[in-house]
Design a protein around this ligand. Structure first.
Ligand SMILES: Cc1cc2nc3c(=O)[nH]c(=O)nc-3n(C[C@H](O)[C@H](O)[C@H](O)COP(=O)(O)O)c2cc1C
Length: 180
């Protein structure tokens, strides 16, 4: 069997984003896979833009990547106790594309944030949106990286062994959920 396709989605566009780092660590823990990194640098959803120009090419690319993925990891930053605008905007755009790319897709949501709860609220808000999109949310002990600036090494490794073992367990469950 060929390697599964794993799509990673960071809800932060920032170059040095801890959520981007967490996506990379998750992909390594997932094991052999074709890893695709979704680009969320999209125009703001605007119904007038959609009416005038249709679905933007970058949105369609993202929707196609979701449709092609065997498994998805989303890392959600927390902004003001909620989902980042970047991530919500991407989910809103994808929901406007043909078909339902997320339907039935095994998906794990993780988060990294500065605060002590590790982005728990944003993580739950993301899962609430994904329920609406009919993703197959793979639940399990939460990967909530709190005080994220202290938890990654300079080369992006997750240094906390407890976070790492929880992440590895979630990735193993995600891999097992891939449809034959
Ligand atoms: C507008 C804004 C709001 C934030 N609100 C929260 C918050 O509610 N909870 C929290 O833990 N961190 C909050 N933070 C800090 C982020 O968790 C931190 O910047 C984190 O590194 C963002 O993720 P990234 O590293 O992937 O970009 C906020 C940051 C910004 C810029």
């Amino acid at each position: 069997m060929s390697e599964p396709v794993l799509l990673t989605i960071s809800g932060s566009l920032r170059e040095g984003s801890f959520n981007r780092m967490l996506c990379r660590v998750a992909a390594e823990a997932f094991g052999p896979a074709e890893v695709i990194d979704g680009d969320l640098d999209l125009p703001l959803y605007n119904g007038d833009l959609e009416d005038a120009e249709g679905i933007p090419a970058k949105v369609q690319t993202l929707a196609d990547q979701i449709a092609r993925a065997d498994a998805i990891v989303i890392s959600a930053p927390e902004y003001n106790k909620g989902i980042s605008g970047v991530l919500k905007n991407a989910l809103d755009w994808v929901s406007r594309t043909e078909g339902n790319a997320f339907a039935g897709k095994p998906t794990v949501v993780v988060s990294a944030a500065a605060g002590r709860t590790g982005g728990e609220t944003a993580q739950f808000m993301t899962m609430a949106c994904l329920l609406q999109l009919q993703a197959q949310i793979i639940s399990g002990p939460g990967v909530l990286v709190a005080g994220a600036s202290n938890e990654f090494s300079e080369d992006g490794a997750l240094t906390n062994a407890r976070y790492m073992s929880t992440l590895e367990a979630r990735m193993a469950t995600l891999r097992e959920a891939i449809k034959p």
